[in-house]
Write a protein that binds this ligand. Sequence first.
Ligand code: SAH
Length: 387
Amino acid sequence: MTDLFAPENRRRLSLKPGKERVIANRHPWIFAGAIANESGPADAAIADLFDARGERIASGLYSQHSQIRLRALTFGEELTEALIRNRMQQAVKMRLTPGARLINADGDNLSALVVDRYNDVLVVEIANAGLERLKPLVIDTLRELLAPRLIYFKNDLPVRRTEQLPAENEAIGEGSPSTTFEENGLKFEVDPAGGQKTGFFLDQRENRAMARELARGRRMLNLFSYTGAFGVFAAAGGASSVDNVDISAPAIEQAKRHYEINGLKASFQVADAFQFVRQSRDRYDFVVCDPPAFAKNRGDVDRAARGYKDVNLFSLKLVQAGGVMMTFSCSGHMSLDLFQKVIFAAALDAGRRVSIVRRLTAAPDHPVSLYCPEGEYLKGFLLEVRE
Ligand code: SAH
């Protein structure tokens, strides 16, 4: 097999004069605009970036198709197979829950690589052409570290089109990709093939645990419920009722199963949450609002802000005085600051008196590199609606 780390198989990039700052800040994404010229194999997995004096200043995963030409893994240090294995091992050994994000891309200094574990199944997302060529290394290392029954490559990330990578999923191992796992003592079924993203939203684990604590005796509304997980925790915490709303019929079907296998009760509606909150005549003591990312890119932020305001405004109207609401944005392009302004505008128009009790964020198996703040996407507030 070709050694993709051998010098002759690596791409050589040279930095444009005046672009040194790009490297000084150690941001892992090095854009085509910072590169003066390139040589070596165009389909290289690995590339090295050199400065004007011919010094190697960064090495990483290469892509001839993306504007992110290089996803730097090192800044001067030689990039070897062993280094990637070590980074994977470091990340994995810190994650102890049965359902866990094992590798969180830039947050684990492994740009473009996401690995989620659900019990005996690992689900992998690859977002770079160079890394795709290193799949054998990824498989080998994951097997050595974790001996999973199955490694499932979930290949539907939109960026894979830019990277000119196949969109068909691929299973390596035995049996079906579907499996079950426990989160804080409650049971969940994951279908990585048919489900959204890797099959489950592990980033909300701690916020769901908080939902269990808040739920006792409250009527709960789980908006954008997906497979019902927030509501399962609320029901387990003694909510007096739980209503789940999601636009996806398969997600609601799976949600029903989740209450059933945990011996819990709830009601379900396949509906557009925007319409639901406008039309509902019910009132709730606890609302969770966890919509998908409305802003897919920077140009979308204004439109997304209007969407968040709209759904939060009508959601706030459904909360009884004295009730609480957890509201989230998972759009990386929407800052915490802007999200708070949006919630302010929603509360104002809803005519409610609202306080922030807590800021909410992703669980600790979703670390964010200081050098790549773009990795932070999930933000939320626990709100108290006083009047
Ligand atoms: N809170 C969930 C994850 C939510 S993901 C959990 O903890 O598991 C966002 C969900 O919003 C997806 O299930 C998607 O199907 C749903 N969705 C997207 N647009 C919607 C809309 N307009 N109305 C209702 N649900 C929608």
